[in-house]
Design a protein around this ligand. Structure first.
Ligand code: ADP
Length: 171
């Protein structure tokens, strides 16, 4: 239908990105190499409690994307506070990328993809397996480690490590 215009493949990579990690960045780098356009969507879900505001997560993500020389100039970042399928309808795209680190991620992601397909039958969820270097990277564990002033420098770029340090300074 109208989703593929002149064989332009536009994909969406949504997430909480609280905070964005090197694992997320790797998925973005690889997806940006495959697709013509990639929308990175920072989720703002009023039911969830985040460490960083949506604006802070967006700015960190934009900076990470901009300063990574391996990422093509085809990535745009957005904040979205509603269902991802509504974003995809608005952007006229049907390709949703999710990263998987293992079977636990996969079973969760599989259910999520079924729910999204029920809401929007045109959707195709594509799973990208993590790079083995990033298999243990998880935003929640990174926050926990940072809260104990642990070293997160191999897990997130310096700007995120600094932001975490500031958040937990004085604790
Ligand atoms: P969620 O959107 O479920 O809140 P995140 O913001 O942590 O989760 O992650 C967004 C997407 O990135 C998800 O598909 C998640 O599985 C994937 N992801 C997170 N960390 C990694 C990693 N280290 N390697 C590959 N994919 C990852």
């Amino acid at each position: 239908m109208f989703y593929i215009v002149g064989r332009m493949f536009k994909a969406v990579f949504p997430g909480s990105f609280d905070p964005p990690t090197l694992g997320h960045l790797d998925i973005i780098e690889r997806a940006s190499a495959i697709f013509d356009e990639l929308a990175v969507v920072v989720a703002e879900n009023r039911q969830k409690k985040y460490l960083f505001t949506a604006q802070q997560r967006l700015e960190m993500m934009e900076e990470m994307v901009k300063s990574n020389k391996n990422i093509r100039k085809n990535v745009k970042c957005f904040i979205w506070d509603s269902l991802i399928v509504d974003f995809m309808k608005r952007e006229k795209t049907r390709l949703l990328i999710r990263g998987v680190r293992g079977m636990d991620d996969f079973s969760y992601e599989f259910e999520l993809s079924m729910m999204n397909k029920a809401l929007y039958p045109h959707i195709e969820t594509l799973f990208m397996t993590t790079d083995p270097r990033y298999i243990v990277l998880r935003s929640s564990s990174i926050k926990e480690l940072a809260s104990f002033h642990g070293d997160v420098s191999l897990m997130v770029p310096p700007l995120v490590a600094d932001a975490l340090k500031k958040k937990f300074a004085g604790t």
